[in-house]
Design a protein around this ligand. Structure first.
Ligand SMILES: Cc1cc2nc3c(=O)[nH]c(=O)nc-3n(C[C@H](O)[C@H](O)[C@H](O)COP(=O)(O)O)c2cc1C
Length: 200
């Protein structure tokens, strides 16, 4: 069990319970080619409506141009820590691809692909942290994302480092208790708002 394992009401798979979003990444860690392929393959095999696979990814490894360009799109609060990650992956939803049909659920499917990448990262002993705090138009311009494709998130991935290595303002958040809304306010039956009796 890691220091931030979810305090779940009932047992869930360790890959899920031990996934959390760190900010302290090891700036000396590099991802192997095999690990990288494994993360991307996990994303590629996600389910999607009509198997439309409306996801695309821009993949940067620390030190390369793609990484620098993705990093530069992050809001300052994210840029503060994300530059120590080994990998920055921008997830793009194909909402209106050139020759395809309009896909209203593209972002939903793209999120599933990122979820699979995140869990595969855990299986490899790595961590991920998704971010919505970035400038999509800057990403579009600096990396040539065409119209009809919407940048939806950036995921930092890498190896965990000690919370003490973070700037003071981020340190407390790194070790704070992880919380979730109660099940009774999340799972309903019979009528909206009526708690599912069996829910944990
Ligand atoms: C779509 C999405 C966008 C997010 N954006 C940010 C972000 O910009 N900056 C950040 O520090 N965390 C971001 N997060 C991380 C969430 O804050 C985090 O997942 C949530 O607090 C739950 O914590 P946990 O992942 O450790 O369980 C984002 C997560 C998701 C899924």
């Amino acid at each position: 069990m890691s220091r931030r394992t979810a305090n779940t009401a009932v047992s869930v798979h360790p890959l899920l319970a031990e996934r959390w979003s760190p900010r302290s990444f090891d700036a000396t860690h590099t991802i192997t080619e095999e690990e990288l392929m494994s993360l991307l393959e996990a994303a590629r095999w996600a389910p999607s409506a009509h198997n439309s696979q409306p996801w695309r990814f821009l993949v940067g490894q620390r030190g390369d141009t793609t990484y620098r360009r993705i990093l530069a799109t992050l809001v300052p609060g994210n840029r503060l820590w994300a530059g120590n990650s080994s990998l920055l992956v921008a997830a793009i939803a194909a909402e209106r691809p050139e020759n395809g049909t309009r896909h209203a659920g593209a972002a939903y499917d793209t999120g599933l692909a990122v979820a699979q990448l995140s869990l595969q990262a855990r299986a490899l002993g790595l961590h991920t942290h998704q971010m919505g705090g970035f400038a999509p138009e800057r990403l579009r311009t600096s990396l040539g994302v065409p119209d009809g494709y919407r940048p939806v998130s950036i995921t930092a991935a890498g190896a965990l480092a000690a919370p003490e290595l973070l700037p003071q303002e981020l340190r407390d958040r790194e070790t704070a208790a992880r919380e979730r809304r109660p099940s009774a306010e999340t799972f309903f039956a019979e009528r909206w708002g009526n708690p599912l009796p069996l829910a944990p």
